[in-house]
Write a protein that binds this ligand. Structure first.
Ligand SMILES: C[S@@+](CC[C@H](N)C(=O)[O-])C[C@H]1O[C@@H](n2cnc3c(N)ncnc32)[C@H](O)[C@@H]1O
Length: 165
């Protein structure tokens, strides 16, 4: 796994209204490079719930990224609703997603996107970065508004999708 470049991180995170975001979720923090940048931009009273499938990455991020606003959960993005509930949150203001939608089974992809939409505040946003456009036709029926961008300065060049309900 090659971590996202600083260009991709900046391109993606510049779209978030950090003053308004109090409950932030990250799907697939990996080794935590995006996680650290999210924390730098977050309000002091905001919380970040990072959901990662791989227990080794979970352990690594818990050890290496020390911030009282961060909760790293070992699980799947498909469990977003119950995970948020377990921390006493009924919504998210912003969900930032680095997980590979093109390789997961279609029912899992649909469930993650539907459940993400259901926890987003009306003013909230869902930010997705991918190496292909495979996810786009799944995003469009669920999120009313999907804007696209391209970041070539990354290994591999990345497609960005900014979704709002
Ligand atoms: C491409 S890496 C992104 C890492 C990092 N966020 C970055 O930008 O460099 C994708 C990560 O998503 C995790 N992942 C894949 N499917 C997932 C799922 N359904 N729920 C949570 N994490 C998942 C993988 O274990 C991996 O750490």
């Amino acid at each position: 796994m090659v971590p996202s470049s600083r260009y991709l991180v900046e391109n993606l995170l510049s779209r978030v209204d950090w003053q308004r975001a109090r409950v932030v979720v990250e799907y697939g923090p990996g080794i935590g490079n995006m996680t650290r940048e999210i924390l730098k931009r977050m309000r002091p009273d905001a919380v970040l719930v990072a959901i990662e499938l791989n227990p080794e990455f979970v352990e690594f991020v818990r050890r290496e990224v020390s911030d009282p606003r961060l909760q790293v959960v070992c699980g799947s993005a498909g469990e977003i609703r119950s995970i948020l509930e377990s921390f006493g949150h009924d919504h998210a203001d912003c969900v930032i997603s680095g997980i590979p939608y093109s390789t997961m089974p279609e029912p899992v992809r649909r469930k993650i996107l539907r459940d993400t939409r259901s926890v987003l505040q009306p003013q909230g946003s869902f930010l997705v970065y991918q190496f292909t456009r495979t996810v786009l036709p799944y995003l469009q029926p669920i999120f009313g508004n999907v804007q696209q961008a391209f970041e070539p300065r990354n290994i591999l060049p990345a497609r960005l999708f900014f979704c709002t309900p």
